[in-house]
Design a binder for this molecule. Sequence first.
Ligand SMILES: Nc1ncnc2c1ncn2[C@@H]1O[C@H](COP(=O)(O)OP(=O)(O)OP(=O)(O)O)[C@@H](O)[C@H]1O
Length: 939
Amino acid sequence: MDQREEARCRKILTHHRELLVSSLRSIQCILDNLLACGFLCEEDVEIVQQTVTKTDQVRTILELVQCKGEEACEYFLFIIYKVCDAYIDLQPWLKEINFNPSSDIMLMTVVNTDPISRYSAKLRHEMSRDTCFIMSYGQQEETRLEELYTDSLMELLNECNESLGFVESLDQLLGDHAVFNPQGEIIYVMGDAGVGKSILLQKLQNLWSKKELQTDAIFFFKFRCRMFSIFKETEQISLRELLFKYNCHPDLDPDNEVFEYILRFPEKVLFTFDGYDEIQDNLDLTNVPEVVSPEDKAHPLQLLISLLSGKLLKNSQKMLTARKGIELQSRVIRKKVILRGFSPTHLKSYINLNFKEQEHRNKVSVQLDASPHLCGLCSTPLFCWILFKSFSYLHTVHDLFHLPDSCITLTDIFLLLSEVFFSRLTSSAPSLLKKSSWCASETFKAGLASLAAFAKLALQGMERGSFICNQEEIAACGLREEDLPLGFLRPVSDCEANGSPANFEFLHITLQSFLAAFALVLDEQAAADSILKFFTECSRKREPSCLLFKLCITGSSKQSQEKPFETNDHLQFTNLFLCGLLSKAHTGLMEHLVSPRLLKKKRAVLKSYLSTGVKFHLRGLPHYKVDEGKKIHVMPNFLWMLRCIFETGNKHIAQMTAKGITASLIKLGYCNIYSGDCAALNFVLQHRQRLLGVDMDNNNISDYGVKQLRPSFCKITVVRLCVNQLSDSSIEVLAEELCKHKVVEVLGLYNNHITDVGAKLVAQIIEECPKLRVVKIGKNKITSVGGRYLASAIQKSSSIFDVGMWGNSIGDEGAEAFAEALRNHPKLTNLSLSANGITSKGGKLLSEALKENSTLRIFWLVQNELTDDAAPHFAELVKVNTGLTHLWLINNQFSVHGIKHLAEALTHNSALKEICVKGNQLSEEEEKEFMAEKRLLFH
Ligand SMILES: Nc1ncnc2c1ncn2[C@@H]1O[C@H](COP(=O)(O)OP(=O)(O)OP(=O)(O)O)[C@@H](O)[C@H]1O
């Protein structure tokens, strides 16, 4: 403030009195500060407070400060300037009047007593308290989030689920990066069970609480979707209750300013909704009107849907997590993120965080390095956490420190977890138990009563479709007070479960699935075939039971009927664990817990069901005719079958499955296969006698998965592993195996992380595999060095006819090598060198060489840097080469002059069907010049 302008602030207050009277809120904060700095006295404050309306209160304050002089007026403005969140409406005005506090005023203190800021601070405080620990064993043991949180792979997707790259920092999640629908409000985070969706939200909440998250949100409300299922159908609450009761209440807010602020500035609010898939849509809300007014009361689920669909608090920021397979309408999604678990580097960091002693770190690393299967399982943080925590525990109690056998299954992992829980019952004197005669069955036998009770509770929850249980249900299952701290259950924090501290949930849904399977095995009363109840449920097509969901944000009901198996993962997991518990491998343990006769009977029921189910499933799949013969495209349910078969370890069923695939190509694309599944796939493929093509494109197989498939490559003719996070180490395995067996015909490696090192190995495969016809290695990280290896191998191959190199960076040097390969090649028919940074220099070499080629039909040079300099050479090629049928030159830099050359050349060649030149540098007018030449495509 320019001090020479005497009484400027006073004048401002007079001049803008009307604006201030109508806009000023949070009066108490103004009064508190004016009082604290001595500009007002107690009596002044009382006068203001006795004034009835808010506007009159402002008038009185203005009069008082103006009476007190210029400094008081300036301080009044300074309060508004400093507490900007509370006076957000007046910030543009302050800028407009060019308010700059003087150095004297700047020395004065302003205390933020505004309810909005206070509430924001309270939310931050409570969120910090609630999020600083990560769940751990039992209720006693907790680990600080900061000490264990490890980055994981988070891939950004577009509307069509194509990759937009990986998230580089957590701030990117909330920012504008990779937004494909600016009108959408939901940041949709997907991922498999245990991949870390909840922990990611917890991390974001924790960062926000410490003001370390880049966002302008001043309020953050977190919800777990499972809580919405515990309300009675008749329960009605208001939006205010939903926000404040299930997070925290604002203090000292007599005028309801906080809620008003939220309604006025929803963009300042950030919501996280965790586990959308956990909502059990068994409430019939179809006839209830949609909520749109924030004052209305409604069922909490309706409020949730209204929030998500933008009918309430439009423009608020929302992050929603769900297991994969839940389809939301694109119009509500702003951006999509898929969690892919730990990469090898992340896994290393996680090992270091978990094991403090170097000796232990080394031991674990060595054992993991020796078992790609274990690494595959450990790419899912939940499984990794269980394994690591179990080792640590077993080590302290039993002096054992080694990872379980290399062919460990998921059932083994959850048995291990349970064993650790139950060993608490017997390990009151751990030092005495530090012995090598450690026996799992003894531990389970000792804990059988509790196990049966937990299992019953878990099963009842599954049957009800509920992930939360109350004290009565717990007691009814026979659980005692002393069982609760074992670790299977944890209390649902007060605010989440309807204010009642009596509610509990299982440590993780997958643990509940495991225990439910245990209940099915332990049950001596029910008929043996009742173990199949969830198999039956999973194979039934789901009816759209909550239309409100479908209408508002979920994908169409037709879609959900077509994909009936995708939203009941928890039941599929129960089936999987059932297979594991009834497997031969676990007979020893289970016979201690169930009568051997009953166990045998149940095993027979399961075996018969799986054998028939697999046959039925495979027979029912539609077959298509493709170049490679007959093809089948399996449904995602097939993956669950593979997983179940692997858990049973039953070779007979594996053989039958392998034999039942009558097609020569099986398509497992987009099936959500992750590296941990590859052992299951390998288990079945190993039992196949005949050769088979396997299309595994667009999954999450990674290097660990490829390593597990190693024994199967001797039979695989079509190896399609596009978009699967493979690095050069996968290509090492492929080169070894494919060159050894020489049966490969198609190799698809598009969109992975292959560098020149991998390209050299692919070149070796091309040279050494005489049946290899197709190689797709586009969108990797191959430069001219790798390009030269590949070109030289292609030159030597007499079988290869289709090569895709799109989206690398081989440049002109690579183009030169490909030119050599093309010259007189005996077979090559289709070649793509699009998006490779090739200039006219490379273009000239390629077109020259192609004049001497008679096999190439389709040539792709889209999105390079070809200019008119290359045009005469391509024109010459067009005149001479009569084999070429399609030339793709889209998105280069040809002008009308270059195109003229091509058009003229076309008149000499009747064999060429089209040259596509869309996206070059011609105006619409110029394009019209070539209308007569129909084979020159501009659109
Ligand atoms: N980024 C991470 N860093 C460290 N540990 C993690 C991470 N992500 C997950 N975990 C571990 O895995 C466990 C399970 O993770 P989380 O509950 O977040 O999975 P989820 O994807 O929400 O599973 P679900 O869909 O089954 O609910 C966590 O309790 C934690 O121990």
